[in-house]
Design a protein around this ligand. Structure first.
Ligand code: BG6
Ligand code: MG
Length: 213
């Protein structure tokens, strides 16, 4: 076996929370009169909560203090968490669940490597509580993707070396992070276009046939 473990990004790979992030940031931005649209939202993929806020505030005339920014980020997160409550196991696609089960059956350790501090809540909503062998997320890192910390921690939690793990990502920052940490990667969507991606794939189920797994 070329790899022993697979580290999955969460948002945009295992599930689709983009629309909830968008709605929550939009409500926050409208509240302070700052223009925000879906094109700007695309720049937030894989980016940490505070870095996302800085991107949104590029359109603001006002300079916000650190304390004010914390408040805005907390406000967004409250709205976002309310929206996440609507998620259920029905939001986990059959394609994703079947491929995960098949990979587990082939003997791979499976982990999450996500910048999100809401990872555990999302996994619970999807019915994946306790499913993964390790979870590395926004609560155990000090530097966000494109820094490799989140994936290096995931490998460490699994007791694996980076070269034994394949990272699965949908964000350009995620592929950059994987490459910086010495991991091979499979990229879906925009991530498939990154020059450093090992396996550009079109669908999650391509993991079963196109990634030396
Ligand atoms: C990433 C998302 O997974 O998590 C980003 O792609 C998001 O859009 C980031 O900003 C942080 O998420 P959270 O849930 O901690 O605000
Ligand atoms: Mg993602």
């Amino acid at each position: 076996m070329k790899y022993k473990a697979i580290i999955f990004d969460l948002d945009g790979v295992i599930c689709f929370t983009d629309k909830y992030h968008y709605q929550a940031w939009k409500e926050m931005a409208d509240g302070i009169g700052v223009y925000f649209d879906e094109v700007i939202n695309n720049r937030l993929r894989g980016v940490s909560r505070m870095a996302s806020l800085d991107i949104i505030l590029e359109r603001s005339e006002k300079n916000y203090t650190g304390e004010e920014k914390e408040k805005l980020a907390a406000q967004k997160n409250d709205i976002y968490k309310k929206l996440l409550e609507q998620m259920s196991p029905a939001d986990l696609s059959g394609e994703v669940k079947e491929a995960l089960d098949e990979l587990r059956g082939r003997g791979y350790l499976l982990a999450i490597g996500s910048s999100s501090k809401n990872t555990k809540m999302i996994l619970k909503q999807l019915g994946l509580d306790g499913y993964f062998d390790a979870i590395s997320d926004g609560t155990n890192i000090t530097r966000s993707k494109p820094d490799p910390e989140v994936f290096l921690k995931a490998a460490q939690f699994l007791g694996m070396k980076p070269e034994d793990c394949l990272v699965v990502e949908d964000a350009l920052a995620g592929i950059e992070a994987a490459a910086a940490g010495g991991f091979d990667s499979a990229g879906i969507g925009e991530a498939a276009t990154h020059g450093k991606v090992t396996y550009p794939i079109e669908a999650f189920s391509d993991l079963l046939s196109k990634c030396s797994l």
